[in-house]
Ligand binder design. Structure first.
Ligand code: F6P
Length: 307
């Protein structure tokens, strides 16, 4: 997100537009926590994960009264347009804010989960996938040397985007994600077949799901059905930090510049994204009302290769 903030600031200054950063998301907006941003404020941040502005979930912003306070703060500060970086929660709020304030708003998709309709990739996804991949590669060393089965849980509460990409790239033996229906019997059967083919180890990449401990439960169930020593590794928030990949920095820079230019051109109520390598705009409402699917071909090859 820092690369995106940096790009937005520089694009704004380039056209003599004044730009402020809102700290701590909607929670900070309600309290009027804004700081002016200049070139120096965004120097030397492109390689840092997270966001220099901070972020927070805001229950108050879900209420009309909370949003009215936010609108009041924006008016008081003379803000004439808003760039929002976030996922579906941010854009649900942004849609209401736009309806209730008439303020021009452009969204930028930022979530490691990649589950935002209207962009092939979201900011942070590529870095998270590469983090998960590096963990899978490392764990494979132990799996192979100790002849074990590993269940590796990656992030993605409702979706398996990180799991499918890191699983295919890491040569996972099996995938357990919401988009590919599979029960424990099928998973255990697949693993039995893997070991019957003289494999000494196997890796199952699991999307975290909504219930904490989900992967431990899966591993316990599988243990009852196959006799192989196994371990569970939950990667968790490690995937959300650290230096972003080059791909993420470039995507963030493109979207940051495009968002500011879109506002200057009078565009509103849309999210800027990247589709097939090109900048595209999607109505803000569609980004959370419509569901983004894993590409059918990627799903097909995952089913073919991850077994
Ligand atoms: O929505 C992004 C995400 O990273 C999910 O993959 C994960 O389930 C969740 O956030 C974790 O949220 P928190 O940091 O609030 O525990």
């Amino acid at each position: 997100m820092n690369a995106c903030i940096r790009a937005a600031v520089r694009a704004a200054l380039d056209i003599n537009m004044e730009i402020f950063g809102i700290q701590r998301g909607y929670a900070g907006l309600i309290l009027g926590q804004m700081i002016p941003l200049d070139r120096r404020a965004v120097a030397n941040i492109i390689h840092q994960g997270g966001t220099i502005l901070g972020t927070a979930r805001s229950e108050e912003f879900r209420t009309k009264e909370g949003r009215a306070k936010a609108i009041q703060q924006l008016k008081q500060a003379g803000i004439e347009g808003l760039v929002l970086i976030g996922g579906d929660g941010t854009f649900r709020g942004g849609t209401l804010l736009s309806e209730e304030s008439n303020l021009p708003i452009i969204g930028i998709p930022g979530t490691i989960d990649n589950d935002v309709y209207g962009s092939d990739y979201t900011i942070g996804f590529d870095s998270a996938v590469n983090c998960a991949l590096s963990a899978i590669d490392r764990i494979r060393d132990t799996a192979q040397s100790h002849e074990r089965l590993f269940f590796i849980e990656v992030m993605g509460r409702h979706t398996g985007f990180i799991a499918v990409e890191s699983g295919v790239a890491g040569g996972a033996e099996e995938l357990f994600i919401p988009e590919i229906p599979m029960n424990i019997d099928q998973l255990a059967q697949g693993l039995k077949e893997d070991f019957a083919r003289d494999k000494k180890s196997a890796i199952v990449v699991v999307a975290e799901g909504e219930t904490p401990g989900h992967t431990f439960q899966i591993a316990d169930e599988v243990r009852k059905k196959i006799d192989v020593e196994s371990r569970v590794c939950v990667l968790g928030h490690v995937q959300r930090g650290g230096a972003p990949t080059a791909r993420d920095r470039v995507l963030s820079s493109m979207l940051g510049v495009a968002a500011v230019r879109a506002l200057a051109d009078g565009k509103s109520n849309s999210m800027v994204g990247e589709i097939k390598g090109e900048i595209s705009f999607t109505p803000l409402k569609d980004t959370w009302e419509k569901k983004k699917q894993i590409s059918p071909f990627l799903k097909e090859i995952a089913e073919l290769l991850c077994r």
